[in-house]
Write a protein that binds this ligand. Structure first.
Ligand SMILES: Nc1ncnc2c1ncn2[C@@H]1O[C@H](COP(=O)(O)OP(=O)(O)OP(=O)(O)O)[C@@H](O)[C@H]1O
Length: 307
């Protein structure tokens, strides 16, 4: 069932840690070859766990994973996967170049690799400075450089902009764009929508271990960002059923006695008329337009006391 169009193919994967936390819950995800794919979700959503499963550091409790057509951790394929998952350990007193020389030896990469990747991440000029003198953004770029040593066709980066100031963030963003332009597949996680929106071809949104949305930024915007109508009507049940049947309504749910209707806000008058004609009393009708950011926050705001 392996499909070569997908660099990553995750099917119905669940990861339950000993102790009972379900970090990933029935996740199905396909990352097309050559795409820059954003893996978006708040802290604790299960992004790191998923990435660790992709490189074989953690075993799924159930489900099936293929990375470059093989189960995770298959040695000859592992050579083609570069990952930056936990902050890599570099020696503070060694230069960036010397750190990468050590890493290259460890990874079995050629002697020419360190200079090549330093140029690729824009650190050539600081190659001989001690790691401890690097800015956070430069440290992070060195981490990406280390992941590039084996000339991977798939690059997996966990929150590469975490903790960076805006200048650092835009440096990494530029770097990711340029990596994507070279035909590699990049899977990038972040909890900041704006970041993935600007560099990624596709975005998957994860919340509490589950996939809650998946598509291009435009598709997500169309699916989520259009807007909502908030309607208070009596009787609520009847209004709910009536709205559900309306062709312009994508989804409707009752929250604390108010109906949240996902629809084009331009349909407000039409929906109002439909309800009134069905003998329903409309007490309030309000339009809420969502930015993609708001839609993302709403999608990922569901918290609960139990998993
Ligand atoms: N080794 C572990 N043992 C037990 N629970 C774990 C372990 N690693 C992660 N978890 C739990 O699994 C859930 C998902 O964590 P994970 O690190 O995968 O999320 P994340 O989306 O990467 O979040 P963050 O952005 O905070 O890293 C969390 O509730 C976390 O506490």
């Amino acid at each position: 069932m392996g499909n070569d169009r997908f660099a990553i193919d995750v099917h119905q994967v669940t990861k339950r840690y000993p102790g009972g936390v379900t970090a990933v819950d029935g996740l199905t995800l396909r990352v097309p070859q050559g795409s820059v794919f954003g893996f978006l979700g708040p802290n604790g959503a299960g992004k790191t766990t998923t990435m660790r499963m992709l490189v074989g550091l953690v075993r799924p409790t159930s489900g099936r994973i293929r990375v470059l057509g093989q189960p995770p951790g298959t040695p000859n394929k592992l050579r083609r996967v570069g990952a930056l998952i936990e902050s890599p350990a570099f020696y503070p007193h060694l230069s960036g170049l010397d750190n990468l020389r050590l890493a290259a030896r460890y990874a079995g990469a050629p002697d020419s690799a360190p200079s090549r990747v330093l140029a690729e991440v824009g650190l050539a000029e600081r190659a001989r400075s001690a790691f401890r003198t690097y800015s956070l953004g430069m440290k992070q770029r060195l981490g990406v450089a280390a992941a590039l040593l084996k000339e991977p066709s798939l690059l997996i980066l966990d929150e590469p902009t975490n903790g960076l100031d805006p200048a650092g963030v835009s440096e990494i963003r530029e770097l990711l764009r340029s990596l994507g332009r070279r035909g590699r597949t990049v899977l990038l996680s972040s909890h900041v929508l704006a970041e993935v929106e600007q560099v990624c071809d596709r975005i998957a949104v994860l919340n509490r271990g589950r996939l809650v949305a998946d598509g291009t930024a435009d598709e997500l915007r169309a699916a989520l960002g259009g807007g909502q109508l908030l309607i208070a009507a009596d009787p609520t049940d009847k209004a709910l059923a009536c709205l559900r049947d309306h062709r312009g309504v994508r989804a409707v749910e009752a929250v604390d006695g108010t109906l949240r209707v996902s629809t084009d806000p331009a349909l407000a008058a039409d929906l109002n008329r439909t309800l009134v004609e069905a003998g329903i009393d409309v007490r309030e009708l309000r339009t809420v337009r969502h930015s993609l950011e708001e839609a993302f926050l709403e999608l990922t705001s569901t918290t609960g006391s139990s998993g």
